[in-house]
Design a protein around this ligand. Structure first.
Ligand SMILES: [Zn+2]
Ligand SMILES: [Zn+2]
Length: 167
């Protein structure tokens, strides 16, 4: 399972920008250039990221596209609140990924190279349905992260792979 992000997109009626504008309006807030800059970067590709990685990729102060650190944290929280991003905990850090326009899926986490692999499973959803029914529980979401060692890292057990080696 070496390929990642092969799930494709879900049809949505609004662009992320439109949806975020609607969210801001509902909160009585205005979109700002810094928020737009961050939206552009976050939606330029699909990947799992944490706030620090994102900040490293941002233009420096004084350059166009700059977003201050507090704005990054605040805006990421807004993106989550607006349903654009999903946030989950991984080894004590917050990881973000696209939610709006991206299908429900779960993750395998390689503890050697730190890579996240995505998968979808109908059996898992069936199990979720059955368990919820048994407990008269109304499901809103679930999160499953399977930890272990990926195929690539299993093949080279002696040398610890770093994330950079995989790019
Ligand atoms: Zn690995
Ligand atoms: Zn994912």
């Amino acid at each position: 399972m070496e390929q990642n992000f092969t799930l494709g997109d879900v049809q949505v009626s609004m662009t992320p920008e439109e949806r975020f504008d609607e969210y801001l309006q509902s909160k009585g807030m205005r979109n700002t250039q810094q928020r737009r800059n961050l939206m552009d970067i976050v939606y330029s590709r699909h990947e799992h990221f944490d706030a620090d990685t994102l900040i490293e990729q941002l233009p420096r102060k004084g350059d166009s596209g700059y977003v201050s650190r507090p704005t990054v944290y605040r805006t990421l929280a807004e993106f989550v609140d607006a349903g654009l991003l999903r946030k989950f905990e991984l080894d004590g850090r917050a990881v973000y990924e696209h939610d709006y326009g991206y299908p429900q899926h779960d993750h395998l986490h390689c503890t050697v190279c730190d890579e996240l692999f995505e998968f979808q499973s109908d059996e898992l959803l069936e199990l979720r349905r059955n368990v919820a029914q048994k407990h008269r529980f109304r499901v809103t979401s679930h999160r499953l992260i399977i930890s272990g060692v990926c195929e690539r890292c299993s093949r080279t057990p002696r040398r610890k792979r770093r994330k950079q080696d995989l790019i």
